[in-house]
Design a binder for this molecule. Structure first.
Ligand code: ZN
Length: 152
């Protein structure tokens, strides 16, 4: 793969790379939300990634997740995977997932093998490309900021 969005994706192994490109090309839960409970906008100036994360919260549960913005394949795939996993989950699960993912991106081998991380494990290889770690974490940074705003 030498052209198109794939050209900027670090070599992560073909299976994982495929998964990342799938989410990049057909992101889950992309769009705007009129009735968001909380909305956070985050930028990663080193790469030019931008993510607006919107959550609709019902009780202590995330009923709906939307994200919009633009950026590299890593940032967009990560937020797409994240949104997919957060829908219909308790806020406490979201906080735990954000912590676990951050641990993985900072080199925690156990976290990288944790099955509760689902497809997000595809991003573990990004650790080998330190400048891209921020790209992978951007959506989760927005999530942690959202949880903070919600008072959790
Ligand atoms: Zn990026």
């Amino acid at each position: 793969m030498t052209t198109g969005p794939g050209a900027e994706t670090p070599q992560l192994g073909s299976l994982y790379q495929q998964l990342i490109l799938e989410h990049y090309r057909s992101p889950k839960n992309k769009g705007e939300m009129e009735d968001a409970t909380v909305e956070v906008h985050m930028r990663n100036p080193t790469c030019g990634d931008e993510i607006k994360l919107m959550l609709r919260v019902e009780g202590d549960r995330i009923a709906e997740v939307k994200h919009s913005g633009q950026g590299c394949s890593i940032s967009q795939a990560a937020v797409s995977m994240m949104s997919d996993m957060l829908t219909d989950r308790p806020l406490s699960d979201a906080a735990a997932l954000a912590d676990r993912f951050t641990e993985m991106m900072h080199g925690d081998e156990e976290a990288a093998k944790d099955r509760s991380m689902g497809n997000l494990r595809a991003l573990a290889g990004v650790r080998r490309f330190p400048v891209r770690v921020k790209c992978a974490l951007l959506g989760f940074d927005a999530l942690q900021e959202s949880l903070k705003k919600l008072g959790g």
